[in-house]
Design a protein around this ligand. Structure first.
Ligand code: C2O
Ligand code: CU
Ligand code: CU
Length: 472
């Protein structure tokens, strides 16, 4: 029944940028999507010079892995880095245990690990991604380049107007290179702030050109794979229509002037070539993430301002008109509906803050949740399989934290008490604010993590362990 086939990794993103979709239409039944991934260090061209980077199969950020609901993703992973690493499958609703999306696995240098992730037949379609989850080294390894997109193609992709669009996957990364081409490691204050790079790349390139046809549509699949940077994206003279978020389709397209994309987040945007032919810049506008340092918000932060500190925008990519669409397709009115979750069995509260670490900092200052820094040997939160819960993230600090939960997506509870009709796995908890999310612990038991997706904060200990069990 299970048909095995070797899906060659799409090497089509890159120079051409536009993704040519493998025609899967003739294939039916679940398949094995097989890939070899080797994490490796090497020198690659970046911003006109040679840069020392970590990549999978010598690519930054690639390869692209594409599957459909019901498929099994099987990855033979080889660690050829000079340090331990592992793979996390950000956003996939798969088991967090064994050789699936198990972030407790550590693969030593020179070792191999076979990952196997069966996707349920009802797994949502969406844009997901792979990155390392080696505690204490996540920020450095991602900064050096490790990230790869994962696409699950499902109902949204079958909507004719969506299908007709030219698809472009843009993984956004940033890094600061030393004069020798080796990425610079931040000092402790900068780690507390969350490192941001001086060079921004989209699909591995500085300001790549994205072709768009006059009257045609481009579907941008955006992934923020930067350690800390928040992107505020705007396309000159063009409206953005968001059709999907972290966890897949929105119920209907949402028109936006600008999109805020947090670390770890994904968004699919539809863009129409509706202006006079020419070149238009995809801009990143400045964002102020707050103030880091010793002071808590209520005491008045006295540290450094974090986030883009200049008022200048930078250019992420350039849309260049080329050709004319042979037919004009409207935007679909409806996409895939998002069902609200039932009321929660309980509400929990998670206080974000600085704490005296017992962990990696050797008793020094760390970041924590509910007063504790991350300890992989401790379970911080126990829940029951099948339950629905509301989680409140409380942020008394003077800086923003994008909080992320593995395995199960959530919906944000809005101020009127209703759930946002969007599946997410990263939520912005602004300085001084409290945010509530609702999720159902479905299908999988085991231990998994929740953490701030400013990767320096995660490494500093702002992470907890959740155990989902089926015991009464
Ligand atoms: Cu994308 Cu636990 O992270
Ligand atoms: Cu994740
Ligand atoms: Cu944080």
């Amino acid at each position: 029944m299970t048909r095995r086939s070797l899906l060659s990794l799409a090497a089509s993103v890159g120079a051409g940028l536009v993704l040519r979709r493998p025609s899967l239409a003739f294939q039916s039944g679940p398949r094995i999507v097989q890939a070899d991934l080797e994490a490796k260090a090497g020198w690659i061209p970046l911003a006109g010079r040679q840069a020392y980077r970590y990549g999978y199969n010598n690519h930054v950020p690639r390869p692209l892995i594409e599957a459909r609901p019901g498929d099994t993703i099987r990855i033979r992973f080889t660690n050829s880095l000079p340090e331990e690493t592992n793979l996390h499958f950000h956003g996939l609703h798969v088991s967090p245990t064994g050789n699936a999306d198990n972030s407790f696995v550590m693969v030593a240098p020179g070792e191999q690990f076979q990952y196997e992730l069966p996707l349920a037949a009802n797994h949502p379609g969406g844009t997901f991604w792979i990155h390392p989850h080696m505690h204490g080294a996540v920020a450095r390894q991602v900064w050096r380049g490790l990230a790869a997109p994962v696409i699950v193609r499902a109902e949204l992709d079958a909507i004719p107007e969506v299908k007709a669009a030219a698809e472009v996957v843009l993984v956004l990364q940033d890094v600061t290179l030393g004069t020798d081409g080796v990425p610079l490691e931040p000092g402790f204050m900068e780690q507390m702030a969350g490192r941001e790079g001086s060079v921004i790349t989209a699909a591995g390139n500085v300001n790549p050109t994205i072709p768009i046809q006059k009257d045609g549509w481009v579907r941008l699949r955006l992934i923020n794979a930067s350690c800390s940077r928040f992107y505020r994206l705007q396309l000159e003279e063009h409206e953005l229509y968001q059709i999907a978020s972290d966890g897949g389709s929105l119920p209907a397209p949402v028109g936006l002037d600008e999109l805020l994309l947090l670390p770890g987040q994904r968004a699919d945007l539809m863009i129409q070539g509706s202006r006079a032919p020419g070149a238009y810049r995809l801009l990143n506008l400045p964002y102020n993430r707050g103030t880091s340092g010793m002071g808590m918000g209520m005491m008045g932060g006295m540290g450094m301002r974090v986030g883009s500190s200049s008022s200048a925008s930078s250019t992420i990519a350039t849309f260049a008109y080329s050709g004319q669409a042979n037919r004009v397709v409207p935007l679909p009115q409806k996409l895939i509906s998002v069902e609200p979750l039932p009321p929660p069995a309980r509400v929990r509260s998670f206080m974000l803050g600085q704490s005296m670490g017992s962990g990696m900092m050797g008793g020094g200052m760390g970041f924590g949740i509910n007063g504790r820094t991350f300890d992989p040997a401790r379970v911080d939160t126990r829940v029951r399989l099948g339950d629905v819960e509301d989680w409140d993230f409380v942020n008394p600090m003077a800086m923003d934290h994008p909080m992320h939960i593995h395995t199960n997506p959530f919906q944000i509870i809005q101020s009127d008490g209703s759930a946002e009709q969007v599946w997410r796995d990263v939520v912005l908890v602004r300085a001084g604010e409290r945010v509530r999310v609702r999720m159902a612990f479905q299908d999988f038991i085991g231990k998994l993590m929740y953490h701030c997706h400013i990767l320096d904060h995660e490494d500093l200990g702002m992470m907890g362990v959740l155990e989902i069990s089926d015991e009464a």
